[in-house]
Every structure is written in structure tokens, then in C-alpha cells.
Design a protein around this ligand. Structure first.
Ligand code: ADP
Ligand code: ZN
Length: 736
């Protein structure tokens, strides 16, 4: 008897047995092909994982597969294995994990054969001068298309920062047109002459050494490329990619969600005369599938994407690059909680290609791996070109009068810079007008009904917003406890800082950059256009400002609240703070104008802050690592966090306690694994649920895995599990 064991997208951590389809099957299907099956009253698309001879179920109970959807597996076997391994390691249901490794349309059973591709081309005979220089953006688009005789698809045009506003008039004038690309296209042969569209920069010694290290040995070779902002990491990536492109291989570049900006992509597109494909969450399912298929067929030579692009198949893999490797967005924070960075290491090993983890501020995990010799470690310590690194200054605001969080000294320095024609950037990682609204008569602070948290006051438009559960409501006219109407906003968020600065500098453009101000389509592009015209302006923003963007005319960066993360309950608080500070600081003085970074703090003598500022990130991180080692914290121990939540207080904790009791009484021998808790979460109530957690830890990764694989079925089968939602987070990046 032939039994097909299928992974199905259900919450169950197991495979499901089916019989082969009743007709039309000549041979046993290959592992990895998609199948359509009936499951309960639904039809699901699953993936064939094993072919077996026996089943635990009686044959009469087995149903035949309805249809085999593929002749060959959509995902190459080694990526299928990687996804299975990850499902196992992160304790996630295998069917769902595999589904997430596939583009949405393939999950739905669509064909994995490429659809005809439409591309924009310049009509023969057109020259840039056909458009008057006045129509700047139209002309720029035309020039872009002139540089790309192979054509660009709409997605590429969009991500280069153009829209139908430029496209339509060019079409109407008959200068550009859409044509079907040859879909038979075998991978283009890169003969070297067409590969580079732009001359390479001569590398400085450190960059050259970095490049040599990446190719130090053939095959798998993990490298931590630690280079301060502006030191030319991207140039090293580009030249490493050039090298593998010349060998006919492809490159996979992973970037954080927030870092996938048009500028980033255009650096790759303007360097190489090959197909560069982008994969991110703002694309339609069809666009994503097309890009994915082009990567798989080898048509796309460079693939740039966010976390989920990790599973993109390449026909001839040549290198994997993870930029900003410390960024926590590489770890999925719900459902299938995988780390794309860590899996990138696994993938590079499986594909036997070099792996570059690039950052100015390595995660302590990667730094530890570099220090212990598991990764090669190269540093870029100077800025490329003539730019000089910024000068740091801790500014003590104890006992100083503050105007909505701004000291007189900061205002004076802003004025000076603006007067000299420079731009200024203020960083405050708090959006909204004010983080709390307090009644001046009785001291009541308005809290969210569904969370243990204060509601943030927003002014544009006026409302209260809970940043934890997203609940919004009107600003109350009277205090709920004393019924007076004498509210005072407490503290400042970006909206308030913007308002105050606009009042103090009425003739200067004050530009706010946060999630609220950039919601509109193209809003970010408009902001960048305003900043890049070079006139003096003040940028006020959250961490959206810290990543992926370059502000060449900014000479002063002000960190309004350097203390924000200093006393965090999470042991990673200090690491995150340091990374964020350096990242924001890196925006300043990239061009010929040197930058200064002014940090407002109540702890100007805080040993960690002063060390960070005077000795740099690696000194800080090395000290922090020593601390982690002595306190028995990651990366010197492995964590798995079991979270639970329920709609009644105490229930989640009880659920976890029961598990602990069962574990203790089960007589299982679990050497080397400890559990701490259960504890209520730092914010116990969120979105109407009461949360608790149990931390499991071990110095032995395998022992921890073993315990987890015992615990998950216990949790699944627990009768209490009906009243509780639980999740397991292996190698969590935040402990809340
Ligand atoms: P990073 O990625 O480390 O922030 P970039 O690669 O963006 O740094 O480089 C910063 C700036 O320095 C860019 O404008 C880049 O063109 C320039 N640059 C990089 N390498 C060189 C080099 N070898 N010679 C001259 N300029 C360089
Ligand atoms: Zn809330």
C-alpha cells in the first residue's frame, strides 16, 4: 500500500495520511509537490512530505488525494528541508511553516509556471531631450528607461519612486510603451561587458580586505562585516555580488522591512545591467509570485527582499547578504516565529555559498559568534570618501528648564545650524502628541480599557490611541473620575515636538517622520524630496528616520531622550538603545560637512552611555557580552519563551503552572533545562487578554529542543488549552 503523508496548513503539529489519487497516476509523486485534499468539510492545498507503506489509521478511514498539482516540487528540496527543519526547531506546525515558505498564490494552488511578463520600454528613436528639463521627474523616468533597454516592469518603476503621474504623459506622448517580455528567456549570459552599468569605486584597504575575506575560501563562509555607517558596506556588497554574477550565480540580499527604500534598491539597479527583483509585503500576490518565479528560473540575478524572501529559491545561488543583521524585524514576531537571519546561515551552509552579515552595530549573538571564531570578522572603521564620523556629546539636562522636552541649549544649537544653511534631525522614539493625558484637578491618567497602558494623545486628528492594542477613541471632554475638564498632556511625542519647533522656527520647514505622517502612499518619497532639495529644515522623527535613509545635509542630530531604554526591564534594553543611538547618529554628516550628535540625558555620567560615546560600539558590546556571560544570559544560554493569554485574570498563569506540575511529576529526566516562572507578563493585560509567561533555558540547545518537543504535545492536548491561547518563542528577541 502507498500512503502519502501530507503537510497541511492546520494548527496541528503533524502530517496527515492520504491515499494516492484514484486515477491518473503513473508513478509515485515526488516529495515536495503540492496536492489538493479534502480535509473535514474544506479543501486544502498541502505538500507531500513522505511516502510510506503503512499508516496508523485503518485503510478504510483514509481518503485519496483529490489532485496532484505539480510534476516537480515548487520549492527545491533543500529549501523544503530547511523549512521543515525550521518548523521543528521553532516548534511550529509543519503545514503552516511550509505554507509560509511559499508565495500566497502557490499556497492557494495556482500554477507555478510563469505568466507572460509585461515590461515598459522606450519607443525606438526616443531620446531624453524629447522631454523638457522642466518636467524633471518625467525626464528622469525616461532616462531610467533609456538605461534599461531590456525594459522594466511596473513594480521596478514604482520602487524607483515613479508613478502613473510620470508614466501616463510619457505613454500619451508615445515615448514609452508596454511589451511582453520573452518568457522563454534562459538566464542571460553575463559576459562582463554588460554586467556593470556604472564604474565600481576603487575600494579602500579595509573594504578590499572585507571583500577578500568574503571569498577567503570556496563555499560556505560566514562573515560578520562590521562597519560604521557610511564606511562603504554597501559598496562591498556590490562588489561581492559582481564577483558571483560573473560566475553566473545569483545573489540574495535580505534587508529589514523599514530599510527597503527606493534608494536602496536603486543602488543595486543602477550598478548592474541585470534583472534585479524586489520582494516585499506591499506587492500584490501576483507580483510576488512573478518575482519569485523569476528568481527560481534564474532570470532574476539579484533578489532583494525582507524577512520572508529568505525562502526564495535561486537557480544558481552564489551569495547571501543580510544587511542590518541586528535588526529585530528579521525575527517573525507571531505565528511561525523564525529568525530569517539565523536561517540564512543554515541556508548558506546548505547551498555552500558565502554569507555576509553586515551592520554598524552587530547583535550580541553575531558578535559572540565572531569573537569565538565561528564567523570571520572584518571591520570597516573609517568613513569612505572624505566624510568624517560625527562627534558625540552627552548633554546633562538635570535641573534644566525644558520646553516640551527641549533644552535651551538644544534650541540654540538648532538655531545656529539652520542659520548656517544646514539641516537638523531630532530623534524621539514616541509618536503622537503626548504619551499621557492627565486630569490637572485629580491626577487621573486616561488608560486603555483593554490594556495596562496609558493612551497616547494625538492631535492630528485629535483622538486617544492605545499603541499596544490599536484601540482609538475620542478625547473625553470631562475627567471620568472628577468630571472637571482640566486635562494636561504629559510629556512629548513627535507631534508635540513638531508643533513647538514650528512655533519657535516659523520660517523653517519642520518635517515630521513617523508612522502617522507617512501613511499616505508616496508620503515618504515626498518627504525625501523635500529634504533632498537641501534647504535648511528640521526633521523630527521616530526610528523610521534611523534606517535606510541618507541625509547628506544634516549636520546636527539631537537625541531628545537618550535615557529612554537605559532602565528597561528587558535585559536587551541596553543593546537596543545603543544600536538605535548609533544608527540615528549615522545619519549625520555623511557628505563633506562633519556631523555632531547631541544627546539629552539625565545620566550624563552613566558608565555604559559614556563608554558607548567615547569608545564606540564594540567596546560597549564587549562589556555587555561579559555582563551577559556572568549573569547567565543569551547568547551564553538558550531561551525559549512560552507565552499564554486568556480573557480572565489568572487563567493563563494557571495553565502554565499546570504544565510545570505535570512536567515535574512526569518523572521525565530533563538534564540541564531550567524553567523560570510562570510570571505575569510585564504588561499583564493587553487587548483584553491577561498574559503570563514561562521561560525555559538551557546551555545545551539540543536538550532544550528535546524538552520543547515533549512540551508542545502536552500543551496541544491540555484540556485547559481551549480557554487559553499559547505560543512558543524559541530564541526570542524580546522577552515581553
Ligand atoms: P554603508 O553601507 O556602510 O553605510 P555606503 O556603502 O552607503 O556605506 O557608502 C557611503 C558613501 O561612501 C556612499 O556615498 C558611497 O558611494 C561612498 N563610498 C563607498 N565606498 C567608497 C570608496 N571606496 N571610495 C569612495 N567613496 C566610497
Ligand atoms: Zn490598548
Amino acid at each position: 500500500m502507498t500512503i502519502l503523508r501530507i503537510a497541511l496548513p492546520t494548527p496541528l503539529r503533524r502530517l496527515f495520511d492520504y491515499l494516492p489519487p484514484t486515477s491518473g497516476l503513473d508513478a509515485t509523486p515526488c516529495i515536495g509537490v503540492r496536492v489538493r485534499v479534502s480535509f473535514g468539510r474544506r479543501e486544502l492545498t498541502g505538500i507531500l512530505i513522505e511516502v510510506a507503506q503503512t499508516s496508523d489509521l485503518p485503510p478504510a478511514k483514509l481518503k485519496p488525494v483529490l489532485e496532484i498539482l505539480d510534476q516537480t516540487p515548487p520549492l527545491p528540496l533543500h529549501l523544503l528541508e530547511l523549512a521543515c527543519w525550521a518548523a521543528d526547531y521553532y516548534q511550529h506546525p509543519i503545514g503552516d511553516a511550509l505554507h509560509q515558505a511559499l508565495p500566497v498564490l502557490l499556497r492557494k494552488g495556482e500554477s507555478d509556471q510563469p505568466s507572460p511578463q509585461l515590461r515598459w520600454h522606450v519607443v525606438a528613436g526616443t531620446v531624453a531631450e524629447d522631454i523638457a528639463p522642466r518636467a524633471r521627474k518625467q525626464r528622469a523616468l525616461l532616462e531610467l528607461l533609456l538605461e534599461h533597454p531590456e525594459g522594466l516592469d511596473s513594480q521596478a518603476i514604482r520602487s524607483a519612486g515613479y508613478s502613473s503621474v510620470q508614466q501616463k504623459p510619457l505613454t500619451d506622448k508615445g515615448l514609452i510603451e508596454q511589451r511582453e517580455a520573452r518568457s522563454d528567456a534562459s538566464p542571460p549570459v553575463t559576459d562582463g561587458t554588460t554586467l556593470l552599468r556604472q564604474p565600481v569605486l576603487p575600494l579602500n584597504d579595509e573594504q578590499q580586505q572585507a571583500l577578500d575575506t568574503i571569498f577567503h575560501n570556496e563555499g560556505f563562509n560566514p562573515v560578520l562585516l562590521q562597519g560604521i555607517t557610511g564606511s562603504g558596506k554597501t559598496e562591498v556588497y556590490l562588489q561581492a555580488i559582481e564577483r558571483i554574477l560573473r560566475n553566473g550565480s545569483q545573489a540574495l540580499v535580505l534587508v529589514p522591512e523599514i530599510g527597503l527604500t527606493p534608494q536602496t534598491v536603486s543602488r543595486f539597479r543602477s550598478r548592474f545591467g541585470v534583472d534585479v527583483q524586489v520582494l516585499h509585503s506591499n506587492m500584490t500576490d501576483r507580483q510576488r509570485l512573478d518575482a519569485w518565479l523569476q528568481a527560481r528560473s534564474g532570470q532574476a540575478r539579484v533578489v532583494i527582499g525582507t524577512r520572508s524572501a529568505l525562502f526564495t529559491p535561486l537557480q544558481s545561488p552564489g551569495i547571501i547578504i543580510v544587511d542590518e543583521e541586528h535588526d529585530t524585524s528579521f525575527k517573525q514576531q507571531d505565528g511561525f516565529r523564525y529568525s530569517a537571519r539565523d536561517l540564512a546561515v543554515m541556508r548558506a551552509r546548505a547551498e555552500n555559498v558565502p554569507l555576509v552579515l553586515g551592520t554598524a552595530t552587530p547583535s550580541l549573538e553575531s558578535l559572540h559568534n565572531a569573537h569565538s571564531g565561528r564567523y570571520r570578522h572584518v571591520r570597516l572603521t573609517t568613513r569612505a570618501g572624505n566624510a568624517r564620523p560625527p562627534r558625540f556629546e552627552l548633554y546633562d539636562i538635570r535641573q534644566q528648564p525644558l520646553n516640551s522636552g527641549l533644552s535651551a541649549e538644544v534650541l540654540r544649537r538648532i538655531g545656529t545650524e539652520l542659520h548656517q544653511g544646514n539641516q537638523v534631525l531630532l530623534f524621539l522614539n514616541r509618536r503622537g502628541f503626548s504619551p499621557a493625558l492627565m486630569c490637572h484637578q485629580c491626577g487621573t491618567v486616561i488608560e486603555c480599557d483593554r490594556c495596562d497602558a496609558r493612551m497616547t494623545l494625538h492631535r492630528t486628528p485629535p483622538h486617544l490611541h492605545c499603541h499596544h492594542c490599536d484601540h482609538q477613541r475620542p478625547v473625553p471632554s470631562r475627567c471620568p473620575s472628577c468630571h472637571t475638564s482640566d486635562f494636561k498632556p504629559q510629556g512629548a511625542g513627535t507631534e508635540r515636538t513638531e508643533a513647538v519647533l514650528q512655533q519657535l522656527f516659523p520660517d523653517t520647514d519642520v518635517i515630521r517622520v513617523d508612522r502617522d505622517s507617512t501613511q499616505r502612499r508616496n508620503a515618504m518619497q515626498d518627504i525625501m524630496d523635500r529634504v533632498h532639495d537641501g534647504r535648511p529644515c528640521i526633521l523630527v522623527g521616530t526610528q523610521m528616520l534611523a534606517k535606510g535613509h541618507h541625509f547628506p545635509a544634516v549636520t546636527l542630530v539631537v537625541i531628545l531622550d537618550a535615557d529612554a531604554g537605559l532602565f528597561s526591564a528587558d535585559f536587551r534594553g541596553m543593546e537596543r538603545t545603543a544600536q538605535l543611538i548609533l544608527q540615528v547618529a549615522g545619519r549625520a554628516g555623511r557628505a563633506e560637512r562633519p556631523g555632531q550628535v547631541l544627546m539629552q540625558t539625565h545620566h550624563a555620567d552613566h558608565p555604559t552611555l559614556t563608554q558607548l560615546v567615547s569608545q564606540g560600539y564594540e567596546a560597549f558590546a564587549t562589556a555587555e557580552l561579559a555582563l551577559r556571560r556572568s549573569s547567565g544570559l543569551p547568547p551564553f544560554i538558550y531561551h525559549a519563551l512560552l507565552r499564554a493569554e486568556a480573557n480572565r485574570r489568572g487563567r493563563a498563569e494557571a495553565f502554565l503552572s499546570t504544565l510545570c506540575t505535570e512536567l515535574a511529576s512526569s518523572g521525565l529526566n530533563l538534564p540541564g533545562v531550567e524553567w523560570l516562572g510562570p510570571f505575569p507578563a510585564a504588561m499583564e493585560k493587553r487587548a483584553g487578554f491577561f498574559r503570563a509567561q514561562l521561560l525555559l533555558q538551557s546551555q545545551d540547545r539540543r536538550a532544550l529542543q528535546q524538552v520543547l518537543s515533549i512540551i508542545t504535545p502536552m500543551l496541544e492536548q491540555s484540556p485547559l488549552a481551549r480557554q487559553v491561547r499559547w505560543s512558543l518563542d524559541v530564541d526570542p528577541v524580546d522577552s515581553h
